[in-house]
Write a protein of this length. Structure first.
Ligand SMILES: Cc1cc2nc3c(=O)[nH]c(=O)nc-3n(C[C@H](O)[C@H](O)[C@H](O)COP(=O)(O)OP(=O)(O)OC[C@H]3O[C@@H](n4cnc5c(N)ncnc54)[C@H](O)[C@@H]3O)c2cc1C
Lengths: 597, 78
């Protein structure tokens, strides 16, 4: 069947922080660039980021990139690639100052510099004391960032395709990427976006879990598309559970609350983090805090009639501080927890928040796959950045504020790589295969003709419950095994989703059915990768991993200091080495050590 | 011109989970019964930035336009 075709130098899928930062690089270099997005750019999920963006500017306390690098490697539980981490922390000041020049309204210190506040896992002097490294624009950092980048893109003539949903990656027989198919929501028509370069910046898939801080838009489309097209997914067993989601609702209470002095308490009113992390206490790394909270709950010290949560206490802060530094928190607590945090503590539980794994890339933003014995061969024409990608800087656990930094650094880097490859003539428009749109058209046709199928909402809910129960904060061998069977059953049912509304125009039911296909890929990758990894590391914590001298905190470096690669076809697993070597001679490798805070 | 309901429904997909939760209830309970006039008011309200819209719904921000008041009430009531 014939479908309309559009041709560009580059097509970027996603207009969040990563997509907009990449687009800017391309458009300013004069490349004809299309940006596809499901929603208006400034309604991308980056808007939700409140806490800030990390950079070792040292405006509020002494700081340098060496400390930031150490914290990031340690935070990653040594699963992060040290070359990419060095690249990111060294670029941090540059990309943040650049953003300031684009008009980002950062909070200021009295002497006019960017105000910085402390955040979990960030420290001075290699883990000694908390450092103020997070640059914020009140509690609207992501919003302000997106607006600054969007305005800049408009100026640079980036062409936006708003309310277009990319459906499938187009590859030729050699595996080169030639663009994507996409559906225009307004018409329901599928088109081909043919390009010399394709950049994925589609964000995370936090909606695979039942309890999530993520908005509904985070359905992992890019990750799912890549997996269906034969690209392996890296380290998908690692999901960050944010310690402070409002119990029941999932809505995030930013770590900035603890940065400003908030304290976690158990049923006895005890500040229990003093026992688990004597140095950084409530500001220890997220996985540690989440695990400590679950331990308190599991051991019967949880709060409420069900003893199923702990309390985040800011009643000792002055109302002025709360209003000035943490304005949005009060409304969230009132609306979703029914408490005024000025007067009473907020009930919180660890909640799925961030996807550490994703589409494998190097620090240049090139998508890399194993080929002919080399684990890291770039896929011609394919790049990725942001939460959908795995560079891998976050390894087994991301530090707060390092994601916005990741968007800026690797969005820009992917853009720079494309521009360089374009200018050197390496990127060419390769002929499209005749069947380029067939897979997408078949998916649409199936939804149109499916009878006796299953409801999208039912399958999604089943998936979310299985993930929550079988691959949560603490993981158990038998539960994971059972989880694999169950998630494969759910995936089987997802092949038969049915929608009642068969109209073409603005059919949101169809959009949600297509999104579910992507979520399911991510859920399978997560469960299967988690079941296979027989150790605890960062956010992946197994009950059967023993804490002893050879395996500190259950981390088994002898057997498991390696990245997982999951292939959708046959649910095959492969592994590749972690890069423990920094990029330059400026810094020694950060040596393996037990992670304590 | 009457608005396409599917289009307006898609505009209820927001960047903040707070709003998604509020809109889920709203879509279940009220959306299908909105008159064309109400739908147009909603469509206009949905152009507001997420943080501002959330502020209006939780009461920390005044509802700046009389035209939005009825819809904001419905969103608040759940
Ligand atoms: C509540 C919350 C608070 C956070 N706070 C912080 C913080 O303070 N600091 C920090 O560093 N990190 C924070 N994070 C994490 C950080 O916000 C995200 O990791 C980051 O914003 C992701 O950005 P992105 O550009 O990769 O994707 P997103 O901003 O999610 O953008 C994805 C884009 O892709 C588009 N898209 C997706 N699928 C398709 C498709 N099929 N077709 C077309 N377009 C598509 C979307 O429309 C959107 O434009 C927070 C996360 C949450 C949930």
């Amino acid at each position: 069947m014939k479908v309309a075709k559009r041709t560009f130098d580059a097509v970027i899928v996603g207009a969040g922080g990563a997509g907009l930062r990449a687009a800017l690089q391309l458009s300013e270099a004069g490349l004809k660039t299309a940006v596809l997005t499901k929603v208006f750019p400034t309604r991308s999920h980056t808007v939700a980021a409140q806490g800030g963006v990390a950079a070792s500017l040292g405006n509020s306390t002494e700081d340098n990139w060496h400390w930031h690098m150490y914290d990031t490697v340690k935070g990653s539980d040594w699963l992060g690639d040290q070359d990419a981490i060095e690249f990111m922390v060294k670029k941090a000041n540059e990309v943040v100052v650049e953003l300031e020049h684009y008009g980002m309204p950062f909070d200021r210190t009295d002497n006019g510099k960017i105000y910085q506040r402390p955040f979990g896992g960030h420290s001075q002097n290699y883990g000694q004391t908390p450092v103020s490294r997070s640059c914020a624009a009140a509690d609207r950092t992501g919003h302000a960032m997106l607006h600054a980048l969007y305005q800049r893109n408009v100026r640079a003539n980036t062409q936006f395709f708003v309310e277009w949903m990319a459906m499938d990656l187009i590859r030729n027989a050699d595996g080169d990427v030639l663009g994507v198919t996409a559906m225009e929501m307004e018409t329901g028509e599928v088109s081909i976006f043919h390009a010399k370069a394709t950049i994925f910046a589609t964000g995370g898939a936090g909606r695979i879990y039942y309890s999530s801080t993520n908005a509904f838009i985070n359905t992992g489309d890019g990750v799912g598309m890549a997996a269906r097209a034969g690209i392996p997914l890296e380290d998908m067993e690692f999901w960050q559970f944010h310690p402070t989601g409002v119990a029941g609702a999932g809505v995030l209470i930013t770590e900035g609350v603890r940065g400003e002095g908030g304290i976690l308490r158990n049923a006895a009113g005890e500040r229990f983090m003093e026992r688990y992390a004597p140095n950084l206490k409530d500001l220890a790394s997220r996985d540690i805090v989440s695990r400590s909270m679950v331990t308190e709950i599991n051991e019967g010290r949880g709060c409420g009639t069900e003893k199923d949560h702990v309390l985040l206490d800011i009643t000792h802060l002055s109302p002025e501080t709360i209003m000035k530094r943490l304005p949005g928190i009060r409304e969230i607590a009132i609306q979703f927890a029914g408490v005024d945090p000025i007067k009473a503590p907020i009930p919180v539980v660890p909640t799925c928040h961030y996807q550490m794994g994703g589409i494998p890339t190097n620090y240049k933003g090139q998508v890399i796959v194993p080929k002919d014995g080399n684990p890291n061969v770039p896929v011609a024409g394919f790049y990725a950045a942001g939460e959908c990608a795995c560079a891998s800087v976050h390894g087994a656990n991301r530090l707060g504020t390092n994601s916005l930094l990741d968007l800026l650094v690797f969005g820009k880097s992917a853009g720079e790589t494309v521009v360089a490859d374009f200018q050197s003539g390496q990127l060419t428009l390769k002929p499209l295969p005749d069947d380029a749109a067939d897979v997408s058209l078949a998916r649409i046709a199936r939804l149109e003709t499916q009878t006796n199928g299953v409801e999208v909402n039912d399958v999604r809910l089943d998936m979310q419950r299985v993930m929550q129960k079988h691959a949560g904060v603490f993981r158990f061998a038998d539960m994971l095994k059972e989880g694999v069977t169950k998630i494969l059953e759910v995936a089987e049912r997802a092949k038969h989703t049915q929608i009642k509304d068969k109209s073409k125009v603005w059919n949101t039911a169809r959009t949600e059915a297509l999104e579910l296909d992507n979520l399911i890929e991510v859920a399978k990758a997560t469960m299967i990768s988690a079941e296979a990894r027989k150790e605890s590391r960062g956010a992946h914590v197994r009950d059967d991993a023993i804490d002893c001298a050879e395996t500190p905190n259950g981390r088994d470096d002898k057997n498991w200091l390696k990245h997982t690669l999951w292939y959708s076809e046959g649910n095959r697993l492969d592994y590749k080495p972690v890069n423990l070597q920094p990029m330059s001679a400026d810094v020694e490798p950060i040596a393996l050590a037990k992670r304590t805070y | 011109m009457t608005l396409n309901r599917g289009r307006v429904r898609w505009q209820c997909r927001r960047a903040l989970l707070e709003l998604d939760l509020v809109f889920t209830r709203f879509l279940e309970r009220h959306f299908d019964r909105l008159t064309d006039g109400q739908l147009a008011d909603l469509d206009d309200l949905l152009l507001v930035e997420d943080h501002d819209l959330w502020g209006m719904i939780n009461g920390s921000r005044p509802v700046e336009n009389d035209r939005w008041k009825e819809m904001v009430e419905l969103l608040r009531a759940g």
